[in-house]
Design a protein around this ligand. Structure first.
Ligand code: NAP
Ligand code: GDD
Length: 323
């Protein structure tokens, strides 16, 4: 039986990845930050299956605390480490650049260095991002130029290069998954897709009047998070370590997302969506479209959920509490 260690297990991807690995017989250890309120609600579903829940073990820790990481790795000696922890909100990274770099850039370095310090020969996955491409025109693939446009993107570039460097310098099985936007009903509420689908449900229920958004022209390659954790695992269990772009290859604008989400419940989005300058970013990433042909050819990975199904899934999940 294999043992995995996930930083960021309480996040959207961490919860899907934990379910995915537990279903394949793994023992899963997760790193959780101490907080004044409970942050592990995304893992609640796992406790409905006692046979899987007993193989899930959570530990307090933080990727800004290297000592805690070294101690945990020495104790657990995981076979696979997935570094998903990050301050992952692009807009917030402009307000908290230093804290973002600490968790998102140096956090990855600390995880890598803690594995070395504990002499743990684990396979390592780094959650890299299409934000690293920034202003590079689409489609973007593994050799496209990195030109980040935010402190978050800059931090992810550092973590990506650190991963490649540890692979080359120390012969570690370390891989970087360059994932394009992926969403789900578990998506954080301040990312644009979830902000829209929550508003659609609240407006339909008469609980909200308007939805305030920033740039409607930005285009993103949106996929389903459940598909993307499968890609992470395929990368970590491949014969050779390599970095891959993961995405659907199809992009839509924020405006198109609004149109479809409001349309799903028979509402005209233009009546409800208002512009608010506060959501405009100091530097924007205009257009992200993945060329994930290498992942398809070498990992056999393809997405299973298209844009319309993703939007419908998220709107339906947000409508449920009002029924
Ligand atoms: P998310 O929902 O924001 O989850 C982030 C996770 O990181 C949470 O569990 C959070 O804990 C944890 N975390 C933050 N700072 C930490 C720290 N200092 N120490 C330990 N844990 C910390 O993000 P996600 O959407 O699941 O994304 C997972 C990873 O993939 C992130 O690294 C993100 O940057 C990257 N990524 C995401 C996408 C996407 O479209 N979703 C695309 C490309 C890359 P709390 O619950 O306590 O906040
Ligand atoms: N969050 C947000 N809120 N975004 C808005 C809003 C708003 O009110 N109005 C317009 N947008 C636009 C943003 O300017 C951006 O162009 C687009 O919607 C998507 O924003 P987010 O959903 O916040 O995601 P992101 O693309 O910036 O970042 C996500 O994807 C990255 C991968 O490309 C995050 O999950 C990152 O962690 C991830 O790396």
């Amino acid at each position: 039986m294999r043992t995995a260690f996930i930083t960021g297990i309480s996040g959207q991807d961490g919860s899907y990845l934990a379910e995915f690995l537990l279903a394949r017989g793994y023992t899963v250890h997760g790193l959780v930050r101490r907080s004044s309120s409970v942050t592990t609600w995304r893992l609640d579903g796992i406790y409905e299956a006692p046979q899987e829940a007993e193989r899930l073990i959570l530990h307090y820790g933080d990727v800004t605390d290297g000592v805690s990481l070294s101690r945990l790795f020495a104790e657990i000696r995981p076979d696979e480490v997935y570094n998903l922890a990050a301050q992952s909100h692009v807009m917030v990274s402009f307000q908290l650049p230093e804290a973002t770099a600490d968790a998102t850039a140096l956090g990855a370095l600390r995880v890598l260095e803690a594995l070395r310090a504990a002499s743990v020969d684990a396979r390592f996955y780094q959650a890299s991002s299409s934000e690293m491409f920034g202003s590079t025109p689409p489609p973007q693939n593994e050799i496209s130029r990195l030109h980040p446009r935010s402190p978050y993107g800059v931090s992810k570039v550092f973590a990506h290069h650190a991963t490649v460097n540890y692979r080359e310098a120390y012969d570690m099985f370390a891989v970087s998954g360059i994932l394009f936007n992926h969403e789900s009903p578990r998506r954080g509420e301040t990312f644009v897709t979830r902000k829209i689908t929550r508003a659609v449900a609240a407006i339909e229920a008469g609980r909200q009047e308007h939805l305030y958004l920033g740039n409607l022209d930005a285009r993103r390659d949106w996929g389903f998070a459940g598909d993307y954790v499968d890609a992470m695992w395929r990368m970590v269990t491949a014969d050779e370590p390599a970095d891959f772009v993961i995405g659907t290859g199809v992009a839509h604008s924020v405006r198109e997302f609004c149109e479809l989400a409001f349309g799903h419940v028979g509402l005209d989005w233009e009546r409800y969506v208002r512009h608010d300058d506060r959501y405009e970013r100091p530097a924007e990433v205009e257009n992200l479209v993945a060329d994930a042909s290498a992942a398809e050819a070498q990992l056999g990975w393809t997405p299973t959920v298209d844009f319309a199904s993703l939007v419908a899934m998220m709107v339906e999940a947000d409508r449920a509490p009002y029924r």
